[in-house]
Design a protein around this ligand. Structure first.
Ligand code: UDX
Length: 429
């Protein structure tokens, strides 16, 4: 089929490249000329394993990028992967989505039929009340007739986005008409016929909320383990031993039980906040989700508290190892290193940060702290080290600790190997 993907951010680029790889003819549409030029040149504007290979293999053949919205008219279906940023109160800002939907509508005016699929993460009813009316008004097409509408949320993780798309646990296809459902099924057939996955066919609102429920559940699962971990710590119990045992109960499952300094990234904080705001909007106070956020805010403070048990933080030189929100990415959005560094600065510490790839991005948040070129450099002369990201290389640190002024390590990610002479403090173990 001929597909267009509106928005070439993280999700859009992955989706466009993977659909092309699956044999569809794909046009990526974005207003940013540099992003479009990069794609046509065979690479993505973002860092994601395997993505450039797929772009390079298909560009000039089944994949192209353009800033021209009119190209959408040549396609049968458009996946809308535009950003829905967070507002102060947690609600999502749908203005970019709405403007994109209008431009899309203008581009397809005069066509007999077009399928519009919302890939962006949106709260329930957004597709029905924002996207579909905007496309319908601008195109003159009628929703459910010429204008077919779908919701197809994405469950990609940064660092394994291509794999997650190509080998998904599930494909969620939301629609309200048999025609839209059939088109969605057809688009995904090249994938669902070759990999073992589950196709969930559901309504628009259901598909919208499934994405939030998925992320809220995982974020809450981590927060619950962090809460248990905080209790374990006070009883001198290793929460990782506890997690290993409870994870064997298949009703709990062993993944997402890694306790520590908490969750960050572009999805969990934003999506939990949006679900809380959406709940309040309909008069429901989601106390468990609020508690999940509260525990997540508590973890960096607990880390600083553990540090204070060993070091007088005022005037101390503290190395912060790991600035990315998780290993394998240079993304620092909502990274737990941010509240940790802020807390250190408030307490009058001198901070030296280190990350294998995320330093440049963290400089935008903290232009005035020191940054080291290696973990060894960061540790040299430091009074303490805080580990905020589980980069593999931190597991290999050993003699590097000898160069510290006082060898105190507070590990927020269960990654550093304990050794003689090291004052080691785990966050929940
Ligand atoms: C997440 C979801 O996993 C994905 O399905 C969704 O589409 C987008 O959001 P991502 O943000 O890439 O993906 O990261 P993920 O690997 O899920 O980790 C999120 C955060 O939770 C990281 O800060 C990570 O360090 C933390 N985490 C994860 C834990 O603290 N403990 C765990 O056990 C797992």
């Amino acid at each position: 089929m001929k597909l267009s993907v509106l928005g070439s951010g993280y999700v859009g680029t992955t989706v466009a490249a993977c659909f092309a790889d699956l044999g569809h003819d794909v046009t990526a549409v974005d207003i940013d000329e540099d992003t479009v030029a990069a794609l046509n040149d065979g690479h993505a504007a973002i860092h994601e394993p395997g993505l450039d290979d797929r772009i390079a293999a298909n560009v000039g053949d089944r994949l192209r990028a353009t800033t021209d919205y009119d190209a959408i008219a040549e396609t049968d279906a458009t996946f809308v992967a535009l950003p829905t940023p967070s507002m102060e109160d947690g609600t999502i800002d749908t203005s970019i989505l709405e403007a994109g939907a209008e431009a899309l509508g203008e581009a397809i005016a005069g066509k007999d039929e077009h399928l519009v699929v919302v890939k962006s993460t949106v709260v329930p009813k957004t597709t029905e009340t924002v996207v579909a009316p905007a496309v319908a008004d601008a195109s003159g097409l009628t929703v459910g007739e010429g204008l077919q509408v779908g919701v197809n949320p994405e469950f990609l993780r940064e660092g394994s986005a291509v794999d997650d798309f190509m080998r998904p646990d599930k494909v969620v296809l939301g629609s309200e008409t048999a025609r839209a459902a059939a088109l969605l099924r057809e688009i995904y057939a090249p994938l669902t016929s070759q990999v073992d996955t589950h196709v969930v066919e559901t309504g628009l609102r259901e598909a919208e909320i499934i994405k939030y429920a998925n992320n809220a559940f995982l974020a809450t699962k981590i927060s619950l383990m962090n809460e248990i971990g905080n209790i374990c710590k006070e009883y001198d119990v290793d929460a990782y031993e506890v997690a290993e045992a409870i994870g064997l109960d298949h009703r709990i499952g062993s993944s997402f039980l890694a306790s520590g300094v908490g969750w960050g990234g572009s999805c969990f904080p934003k999506d939990v906040a949006a679900l809380i705001a959406a709940a309040r909007e309909v008069g429901y106070e989601p106390s468990l989700l609020e508690a999940a956020v509260e525990v997540n805010e508590k973890q960096p403070r607990r880390m600083l508290g553990l540090l204070e048990r060993h070091v007088d933080v005022e005037g101390a030189r503290v190395a912060v190892l790991g600035l990315a929100f998780k290993p394998g990415t240079d993304d620092v959005r909502e990274s737990r290193a941010i509240p940790v560094i802020r807390g250190l600065l408030e307490r009058g510490a001198t901070v030296v940060g280190y990350d294998p790839i995320a330093t440049e991005r963290m400089k935008r948040h903290f232009p005035d702290i020191e940054y080291a070129a290696s973990a060894a450099d960061a540790l040299d002369g430091a009074d303490a080290a805080l580990v905020t990201t589980d980069w593999e290389e931190f597991a290999d640190l050993d003699a590097e600790f000898d160069a510290m002024a006082t060898p105190v390590v507070v590990d927020g990610r269960h990654i550093v190997e304990r050794r003689d002479g090291l004052v080691y403090e785990g966050l929940t173990w």
